[in-house]
Design a protein around this ligand. Sequence first.
Ligand code: CO
Length: 465
Amino acid sequence: MAKVKIMETILRDAHQSQAATRMTLEEMLPAAPMLDKVGYYALEMWGGATFDSCLRYLNEDPWERLRVLRKAIPNTKLQMLFRGQNILGYKHYADDVVDEFCRLSLKNGIDIIRIFDALNDPRNVKQAIDSTKKYGGMVEVAISYTTSKVHTIDYFVDLSMQLKNMGADIICIKDMANLLLPYDAYELVSRLKDKIKLPIHLHTHNTAGTGDMTNLKAIEAGCDIVDTALSPLGNGTSQPATESLVATLKGTQYDTGIKLEDLNELTKYFNKVAERLSKDGFLSPKVLKVDVNALIYQVPGGMLSNLISQLKQQGAEDRLLEVLEEVPRVRADLGYPPLVTPSSQIVGTQSVLNVISGERYKMATKETKGMLLGEYGKLPVEPNKDVIKKVIGDAERITCRPADRLKPELDMYRKEIDKYIEQEEDVLTYALFPQLAIPFFQRRQAKQKGIDTTIFSKDNMVHPI
Ligand code: CO
């Protein structure tokens, strides 16, 4: 019996995708015993946005959230999302910071680390794989799924084989932009199961309303684990609903073993949380509408709204179509990066500049230059030679792993926040989110001195005391 396993995302991607990552620990905790008894394969509960939101908006220590949930959920595996050499941030960190982050995440309660790189450069996930293994964690390596003439099924199979050889225990297909369609999922999973011989875990969204079908076809092809979100924060821009998939598979050879009655209890509970999130303006029914723009323009939903707002600022909203036509050209020029943070912003902004300035690459952003210089890693194919010449001239391009140019950084970070350190984890909080960490530490100190900090925790923007 090929029993399908379910990873529940309500504590991470679901509220990140639908409600600006605003679910608090206090709202999660009452559900913890119920979540723990369902029989989920794992609960995804940590990642860049949850960490950021804890510090920026919720006045919560993200490490404390992890410890408290670990204690309240003793039997189910906890999973986090990890952006390779960027950890949870946007720049490359030195190997010692990556290593320390893996060590402390696992020490504080994470079981499985899902590691990915926006460009699918295996060198950018190597340190995180090695460190996760070193400290006894399970390694799930994700391929950032995208479509282009180079991103064929063969390409993803070869990439997955490399990741397996580097130590992956599980391969994840990370379809962050909801581009993976049901029949393509069937073919991709079939090929991966045939060649890679590792458990395959699928992560998709339901933005285009195709997510349930994609999950189902992937399961029929032998997919071992799929991500779903309980319906109060499921579907639409989030993952397909847990209840619907569990019901669909019941009594079949893929039966998840999960009881709908148990899920129903959780649904009732999280409906109240969702009500609070919509009352506070974080959740809108709009996120549930089927949106096929990502499929038409091959750009993720978030990127499309960014393009529109950039054009608005320039008073050039009427040029959206031109920009959308320019996006695939810029992407091709830059060597077909998958459109995911940060490459989606880089390609998007450059496309806007190319259209507005009236001459392609007359202006180029620092990030476009960085990408052509190799600062983000190896691009799927060599970028356009004329564009390289025009944008960076004869500047020397990096061919090594970007982090090879970084010296150890941990001691430096530790010294910089010496006076605030109360736990070893604080050094990493600061390394990853320096502008958020300092005000957070200051609020923490103030609270210990008996100063009321509620005024700061209610504030939507951080500022020093
Ligand atoms: Co996602």
